[in-house]
Design a protein around this ligand. Structure first.
Ligand SMILES: O=C(O)CCC(=O)C(=O)O
Length: 264
């Protein structure tokens, strides 16, 4: 994590990293995502289930998607935020599709959903520690007015409960209230955001375009491993298998010693 990223992440509670996928990575990942989304369910292993927007374990569907868990521009950030103890807890492929009715997702965060003690964000020795965060690599362009991700900048450090009537009672369907930001990444960008950051979703408006992105949930490896079934783990490259494992506080994963991880 460089000085500029650390300053912005700490100040606003998210990072918008531009063009972190190469054009080749993007077209391979987008094609693989379409094979999952448009393919017949009976042609996929049974663990790969689609449920509305969510396509379970999308990161593991194809190597072109799997390699996005180690994006070179994001990996140093994952290492810093987990204090050198990275774990991937889950990696869903999310899709807003004009063919599926799109609803607003209410404002929420880990604190709201699971209590104040559920997610840590703090600064130690000039580095940021965060024990639950998401990386969203985008496979499609999002333009202002399209809808998509909403964030409440600065809320990752809020010490107070959000008065529920604020920001359209937390359900933003159209006009974005002052203070809330609609992030509109381009295909190939990635967003990094702590789960203790208040966020929500605007309905998807375009009638001729999808919004496809991975929701990669990272935690320090001493936290509980995510709900990734064995059959999915067996498909993964050795490096990703190491990434999804939980481990003792004192353990050091081999991948954590690498500034760049290539899938074997
Ligand atoms: O759809 C999005 O942009 C974010 C989805 C998400 O991860 C959430 O609401 O927690």
């Amino acid at each position: 994590m460089n000085e500029e990223q650390r300053y912005l992440f700490d100040l606003f509670g998210f990072l918008h990293l531009k063009a972190v996928l190469t054009p080749e990575q993007l077209s391979a990942a987008a094609a693989a995502a379409d094979r999952y989304i448009d393919g017949a369910a009976e042609d996929r292993p049974p663990e790969f289930k689609a449920n509305g927007k969510g396509h379970a374990h999308g990161f593991a569907f194809d190597r072109a998607l799997e390699q996005l868990v180690f994006l070179p521009a994001v990996w140093p950030i994952v290492l810093e935020l987990t204090n050198g103890k990275p774990m991937l807890a889950s990696g869903t492929l999310m899709v807003d599709d004009p063919a599926i009715p799109s609803e607003a997702g209410p404002l929420h965060c880990a604190r709201d959903d699971y209590g104040f003690e559920s997610a840590r964000y703090e600064v130690r020795h000039d580095r940021i520690y965060c024990d639950d965060f998401v990386v969203f690599p985008y496979l499609d362009d999002v333009h202002p007015g399209d809808g998509g991700l909403l964030v409440l900048p600065g809320s990752h450090k809020s010490e107070f409960d959000r008065p529920r009537h604020l920001f359209s009672n937390g359900l933003i369907e159209d006009e974005v209230p002052q203070g809330i930001l609609n992030i509109t990444p381009a295909a190939g960008d990635a967003i990094v955001m702590p789960e203790c950051m208040t966020h929500g979703i605007l309905p998807w408006k375009p009638t001729d375009r999808r919004r496809r992105m991975l929701v990669l949930r990272y935690r320090p490896h001493h936290r509980q491993a995510g709900p990734i079934p064995d059959a999915v783990i067996q498909r993964l490259a050795p490096e990703t298998r190491e990434l999804v494992e939980s481990a003792h506080y004192t353990h050091r994963k081999d991948i954590a010693g690498k500034v760049r991880v290539e899938l074997g």
